[in-house]
Structure formats: C-alpha cells, structure tokens
Design a protein around this ligand. Sequence first.
Ligand SMILES: Cc1cc2nc3c(=O)[nH]c(=O)nc-3n(C[C@H](O)[C@H](O)[C@H](O)COP(=O)(O)OP(=O)(O)OC[C@H]3O[C@@H](n4cnc5c(N)ncnc54)[C@H](O)[C@@H]3O)c2cc1C
Length: 310
Amino acid sequence: MIGLMERQSHHTFTPQGLRGELRRSEPMSRHTSWRVGGNARLLFTPADIDDLCDLLRQAPRDETLLWIGLGSNLLVRDGGIDGIVINTYGALGHLEVRDDGVVRIEAGVSCPKAARFCARHNLAGAEFLAGIPGTMGGALAMNAGAFNRETWEMVQAVETVDRHGRRRVRRPAEYHIDYRQVTGPADEWFVAARLKLDPGDGHASQARIKALLNKRAESQPVQQHSCGSVFRNPPGDYAGRLIEACGLKGARVGGACVSAKHANFIVNTGTATAADIEQLIEAVARTVEEVHGVRLRPEVRIVGERDAWY
Ligand SMILES: Cc1cc2nc3c(=O)[nH]c(=O)nc-3n(C[C@H](O)[C@H](O)[C@H](O)COP(=O)(O)OP(=O)(O)OC[C@H]3O[C@@H](n4cnc5c(N)ncnc54)[C@H](O)[C@@H]3O)c2cc1C
C-alpha cells in the first residue's frame, strides 16, 4: 500500500539526463489497437536500451511499471495507468543477423517487420509473425502464435532488463512457456529476442507470408479496431465456435460489438469505452458458461484503473 507522501513523490518524479521522450498524462487510446484507455501518468519512449536502463535506475522502487509494444493485446481501463508506461515500439528497433546465424531482434520491432527481415535473409520459420500486429517484446510475453507456430519455438535466448536497470541474457529453460502464456523471473522484461531459424528460401517465405495474410483477411475483421482473439481457446475447442453457437455475433455493449466475421473478436465500432468492452467480455463469458458449461479465460490483458487517477 503506497502512502500519500510516496504517491505525491511519484507524481512529481522527474528523471534527469534521458535521451528518449517522456510524456505526462498521455492518452493510452493512442497506444492500443482497440483505441480505448485513459491517461498514463508518464509514458516513456526510450532512445535505446541504455536510456531505458537509465530511467529504470531513477524510478521509485515501488513505482507501477507497464510495458507495452503495439498495445494489440491490451485493454487499458478508462481510468488510465497511475504509473510509468514503457513504450518499446519505435524505440528498441534494432535487428541483425549475427555471425553465428542467430537473428537478434529488439523488443520494439514489429512482428511483420521481423518476419520480412528473416525472409529477406533466407531464414525460414518466422513467416507466421507477419500476421501478428504486435512487437517482438509482446510476442515473447504472450508466446504469440498462428498457423501452428509459436514464438518461443524459435527462441535461442532472450535479453532482459529488471526494475533496477540490470541487463541479463536468459535461456528458454528459465521460463515456463505455455499456450499464450509465459512465466519467468518477476519484475523483468524483454529487450531483445535471439532467434535460431532454419536456412530457407526467401522467395518461398515471401509467398508463404502472402498466403497467410490472405487467409487472415478472409477470416478476421482486420480493418476494424480490435485486439485479435479476446479469449483463449479452451482445451480441445475454439472460443469462437462456442461464442458463435450462443448466437452472440453482433452482441453489443455501447460501442463494443462481437464481430460478425469472427466471434472471438470484439470490435470498437468507433465510440466504445474500455468499460463497454470489459462489460461485453464479461457478458460473453457468462453466456458461454450458462450455455456450454465452459468458463472462457481472456487472452487479452486487462490493466489500469476503473476510476481516473488524475
Ligand atoms: C487483428 C489482430 C490479430 C491478432 N492475431 C494474433 C494471432 O494470430 N496470434 C497471436 O498470438 N496474437 C494475435 N493478436 C494479439 C497480439 O497481436 C499479440 O498478443 C501480440 O504478441 C501482442 O504484442 P504487442 O506488442 O501489441 O503487446 P501489447 O499488447 O503491447 O502487450 C501485451 C502484453 O505483453 C506485455 N509486454 C509487451 N512488451 C513487453 C516486453 N518488452 N517485455 C515484457 N512484457 C511485455 C504487456 O505488458 C502486456 O501484458 C492479434 C491482435 C490483433 C489486433
């Protein structure tokens, strides 16, 4: 529990000597693919990893830290984030093929860019990333996957930073890796992935990327603001199938609507609040449980305050 004095000192926290961009009261709706969410007290876009470590060394020890990539799996509540948001996208953007053939991709690189980079270097196996509208950091955090491939299948090592700004290299064996879920050392976040891929043919990879994107466009409402699949698939079934069988396609709360194209997507029709979306998520889960006896678990991460901190 943080006392009033500490809270006030957090609110006046002014780090020194940073090279990146620090914004105060930044609307999170600008940083989430659902385009909803209240203000972050501070949002920091570092110039590079050293700059990020510099901020972490100065931040109050008990400060709330939220890491984001492209916010494509994130529901930020309307009351915003009373803490520091670390924005990696457009910041930690370096990628290279090292002499040992390992691809090093920093956390803020978008997944489609990473997929195209690997294809250009005749490396196969990362094509599925092309359809995931997040960052490499988000893909590591979520073990993002598609078309029977998952991010951590490719990971040789990850580079991390902790809340004291200390950097480490860790191996997959140090994490518990599951379907859309990764558990590792507490208070540590990803700054880069090191991927081991098979030699391949760039043209074949490009063709595969094109085919995967076409398939996706046919089955998902890719032109609307969403967070992709809202619920995790329960063992042996599909959340979308269960939701559709309840007749919930088109169900609405305010400006939030269950997609008519893919029942596991909730789209913002333009006027949704985070509260609309969260209520619709709860209503869908309740109905599916009543009808099918299956409790769906959200895949999207729901964070932030219900009531504004500001
Ligand atoms: C149209 C659409 C289609 C999608 N299709 C797929 C799909 O096929 N497969 C799939 O798996 N997902 C899919 N998603 C969901 C989403 O794109 C992925 O989960 C993606 O990996 C999230 O990346 P992000 O950078 O947007 O993460 P964010 O949404 O910004 O963050 C997600 C979580 O990761 C954490 N995080 C972010 N960066 C870091 C970091 N550097 N270190 C530690 N933690 C971090 C955040 O704190 C948060 O808990 C889809 C989303 C959309 C909108």
